[in-house]
Design a protein around this ligand. Sequence first.
Ligand code: ZN
Length: 251
Amino acid sequence: MLEEFNARRVQIGTPADKVSEMRQVEEFGDIRNQGFCVHCGGLNETNDHMPSKVFLDKPYPENLPVSPACAKCNEGFSRDEEYLACLLECVIAGEVNPDGIGRESISRKLRNQPALAARLAAARRLDGETVAWDAETDRVRSVLVKLARGHAAFELNEPQLDAPLSVRFAPLTSLTPDQRDAFEQEQVAPAIWPEVGSRAMSRLMVVGDEVFEEGWLLVQEDRYRYRVLQDDGLRVKIVIREYLAAEVQWK
Ligand SMILES: [Zn+2]
């Protein structure tokens, strides 16, 4: 997949039939996998919203997933998350001007943080007739791994402290129809059963004799959805703002 953000005005819309709303699913997984920072294995000093609220708008959804984190990790990711949330809005708008930005909270950030706005403006360039953006891919990657770690811990009760095998991301619109189908992948039967008591186990659906994973979890419409799969290793798929598609894989 490409790692470049091709700027164009994109049609924003969630395939509503492919997602399920967040619902409260209690967790009864192995407590040995709990009680430590899901990013570094350090102390559980705070509960991190997963995703962070910078990717969502008010009113925030109820039952927002949380993952244990140490204060340092919680603090450390927030600038990069803010950067990514702002970058995505600028890419979608095709500009950095706060007046043209779709999300009010992000317009406000761009107004109040001139350094951030200037950095984003410097990343915008004209590529022929098209606007293109030079994304700071290390920061984007670090945020995606952080989010994926949180989702894996929350859904599967399987914190992944190792470095992932791969981190891929690209605009949804840049995927070919086949890639898009493979990425969206509707219901699939799990190859490996999730841990008994984990949320993923509770989300399995039984239809006749077959068992399916519940599919995409919609945290907030047009803002954030994710999915955790245990077929080819452990994969976490994330779509932010119906624009950025990401897949983080562990073995
Ligand atoms: Zn930590």
